[in-house]
Design a protein around this ligand. Structure first.
Ligand SMILES: [Zn+2]
Length: 169
């Protein structure tokens, strides 16, 4: 089932999400629906708060469905190591049509559970590292516009407000 993606302006996007405690049928269903929503958008990552669920999990697939190995759901993720730096354009499904140049770590080591509750550690580079950093931020109520300079952030916010007013959001 395709879920409704919450857009910037909704207060849920700025809240801290809670740990997942139950690795049950409901979690499996949520993860399935989140993958379907992400691929349908289309996007390469989607965090639970973006579909209105304040739980610590996200799905990602930086190959956009081309490589099964890159299709992962991370539950209760914790970033253990961040290394290096990369600069690049970034989007967010909660900010349709907004692309911003954001600095992220080049490499990220993240520890998480899979949907059955088993522990895993992923050592990721480049786009996948960027994605983990972006999606983990969502679980702490952090949005990519927070990385902009105050001036650029105000400008972006103003543009979005205008679009909200025009009904284009
Ligand atoms: Zn996002």
């Amino acid at each position: 089932m395709i879920l409704n993606v919450v857009k910037y302006g909704d207060p849920i996007l700025t809240k801290r999400a809670e740990e997942v405690a139950d690795f049950d049928e409901n979690l499996h269903k949520l993860v399935d629906d989140m993958f379907e929503t992400m691929y349908g958008a289309p996007g390469v990552g989607l965090a639970a708060p973006q579909v209105g669920v304040l739980k610590r999990l996200f799905v990602m697939d930086c190959s956009s469905g081309k490589n099964k190995k890159q299709r992962v759901a991370l539950i209760n993720p914790v970033i253990e190591t961040e290394e290096g730096e990369q600069n690049g354009d970034e989007g967010c499904l909660s900010f349709p049509g907004v692309f911003l140049e954001i600095k992220r770590p080049q490499r990220v080591v993240v520890r998480a559970r899979d949907i059955d509750g088993s522990e895993m550690t992923l050592d990721l580079m480049d786009l996948e590292a960027r994605c983990v950093s972006h999606e983990t931020d969502h679980l702490d109520g952090e949005l990519f516009i927070n990385y902009l300079s105050p001036l650029k952030r105000d400008l972006t916010r103003r543009k979005i407000k205008k679009r909200i007013k025009q009904g284009d959001w």
